[in-house]
Design a protein around this ligand. Structure first.
Ligand code: BTN
Length: 271
């Protein structure tokens, strides 16, 4: 069966990337099961750091914690980046937070304001999900990561707004003068290259202040589920990327789980 070519313009992305282009090798496909799955395969076969795979459509997109990731072709940007860190660089425990920060910086460079970060690595816009990140390590290689990103560019026109909002979250507020997918991808990749270099040099400690400045739920009452189970007031993150909670039983340090907002109750963690 003849495979269609991707409609993605790689040359335009490379041109918009400027000097960061020499750190990246971008490939685009019309369709694949999951760009993360395909790039993990290429990583295992020896693909170099900076390999990028972007797909117009994924048939089996994967999200965090074994969930599916469904995205509308043309209305979303779905891509993965293979990054190999130097041997002495910090462990990748907080890498996904660094990636969330990079995406926020990339969108800010396109003048998208009000992007917030939700631990560990969702991007929110006006309280709703704009993008998700799935970081997976290459088998047997703790310093080679495949970083998968799904970003809503716009909500499909045929969905009632309330359904779209509930199902898909938020889309970029770019209006008629919206930059192309290629321009958005270039901005995100350029910010990723810079931020991943900072992470390699200084670990998450070097990025923590910048992450906290964009933290959407700082000081708010939250519930943790999925991994650990806890409730409390969100105090931010520590230098290892753990979420810090003030709970009724004292301070808690959360390493894994999903965070959701909950109504404030009397006695929520003291200040
Ligand atoms: C999440 O929020 O659960 C993470 C979603 C990550 C989705 C992206 S889309 C590109 C890459 N390929 C995948 O199969 N998943 C990631």
């Amino acid at each position: 069966m003849q495979m269609m070519d991707s409609t993605f313009d790689i040359a335009a992305t490379a041109a918009a990337l400027g000097t960061a282009a020499c750190r990246l090798d971008i490939d685009a496909v019309a369709e694949c099961d999951s760009t993360n799955t395909r790039l993990l395969e290429r990583a295992q076969a020896g693909a170099p750091s900076g390999t990028v795979l972007v797909a117009d459509k994924q048939t089996a997109g994967r999200g965090r914690r074994g969930r599916q990731w469904v995205s509308a072709p043309g209305d979303s940007l779905t891509f993965s980046l293979l990054w190999r860190f130097p041997p002495a660089s910090p462990a990748p425990a907080a890498l996904s937070l660094a990636v969330g920060l990079a995406l926020a910086r990339g969108l800010e460079a396109l003048d998208v304001r009000e992007v917030g970060l939700k631990w560990p690595n969702d991007l929110l816009l006006r309280g709703r999900k704009l993008a998700g990140v799935l970081v997976e390590l290459q088998a047997g290689e703790v310093r080679s990561a495949v970083i998968g990103i799904g970003l809503n560019l716009r909500l499909p026109a045929d969905l009632p707004p309330e359904v779209a909002a509930a199902a898909l979250g938020q889309a970029l507020p770019l209006g008629p003068q919206a930059p192309s997918r290629e321009t958005v991808l270039a901005a995100l990749l350029a910010a990723l290259v810079t931020t991943l270099d900072e992470y390699a040099d200084g670990g998450f400690a070097a990025l923590r202040e910048a992450w906290l400045a964009r933290h959407a739920w700082q000081g708010l009452p939250v519930r943790i589920s999925g991994g650990e189970v806890a409730e409390g007031r969100c105090l931010g993150v520590d230098e290892d990327g753990a979420l810090l909670l003030a709970s009724a039983t004292g301070p808690r340090r959360i390493l894994a789980g999903d965070v959701s907002l909950r109504p404030a109750e009397p006695g929520d963690g003291a200040s």
